[in-house]
Design a protein around this ligand. Structure first.
Ligand SMILES: Nc1ncnc2c1ncn2[C@@H]1O[C@H](COP(=O)(O)OP(=O)(O)O)[C@@H](O)[C@H]1O
Ligand SMILES: C[C@@](O)(CCOP(=O)(O)OP(=O)(O)O)CC(=O)O
Length: 194
């Protein structure tokens, strides 16, 4: 378990190329590294998958073609691990977290959210990042059967009451304003609480 109790846990989800990494990086910059950290459930997953399959972990972390080449198999592999232990990647991801505000950048399944809600019921909030298919295509997305119609991408399409929905279209010109008036102001207040 993490060595500190967080004040706020922001659980992000969104489709491929909706901008989860972009938006969470921006929030991280605005709050600063002493206040907040980004946790990725896919981090320990990719690390273990790379090790087991003799692949390049750093390349799997990037936004390029390498990750896409292995995505379908990585999903299958991750699902097998989650079947054995649904909280496995969550527990590893939070292990080193020290900051009061945690951003989990890539929740994908109800089991991910349920784990955080159970462990941190008063601190957890759900955030959805949304972009139209047109915008996602401009960012390099192409519909792929077996990925875009599978649980990894669709597991949180229904059944979640999101605390914030962030629209990240085009160049994201309205992004700063949406964050400043909502999520960022709450996060700054929480960070100051004793
Ligand atoms: N608001 C934005 N302005 C400019 N580029 C963006 C914006 N949002 C996302 N991008 C770019 O789109 C691509 C996909 O975004 P990313 O955050 O990796 O998506 P996801 O993590 O949801 O798959 C990246 O190259 C990223 O830099
Ligand atoms: C096997 C995965 O963890 C790979 C996820 O990689 P990223 O989280 O880097 O993906 P996007 O940001 O959506 O492009 C998916 C899963 O089902 O767990």
């Amino acid at each position: 378990m993490a060595t500190v109790e967080p004040k706020l846990v922001l659980l992000f989800s969104g489709k491929r190329k909706s901008g989860k990494d972009y938006v969470t990086d921006l929030i991280h910059q605005r709050l600063g590294p002493d206040v907040c950290c980004i946790l990725r459930l896919s981090g320990p997953l990719k690390q273990q998958y790379a090790q087991d399959h003799g692949l390049d972990f750093d390349e799997l972390l990037g936004a390029g073609e390498y990750k896409e080449k292995y995505r379908a198999d990585m999903i299958q592999w991750g699902e097998k691990q989650r079947e054995k232990d649904p909280g496995f990647f969550c527990r590893v991801a939070i292990k080193e977290a020290q900051q009061p505000i945690w951003i989990v950048s890539d929740t994908r399944r109800l089991s991910d959210l349920q784990w955080f809600w159970r462990e941190y019921p008063s601190q957890s909030r759900c955030v959805r990042v949304e972009a139209s298919e047109e915008t996602r295509k401009e960012r390099g997305w192409e519909f792929t059967t077996g990925i875009d119609d599978a649980e990894s991408e669709c597991g949180l399409d229904q059944g979640v009451d999101f605390d914030w929905i962030i629209k990240n279209e085009g160049d994201g010109s309205q992004l700063e304003e949406q964050l400043a008036t909502g999520l960022l102001s709450i996060a700054k207040e929480k960070a100051k609480e004793d």
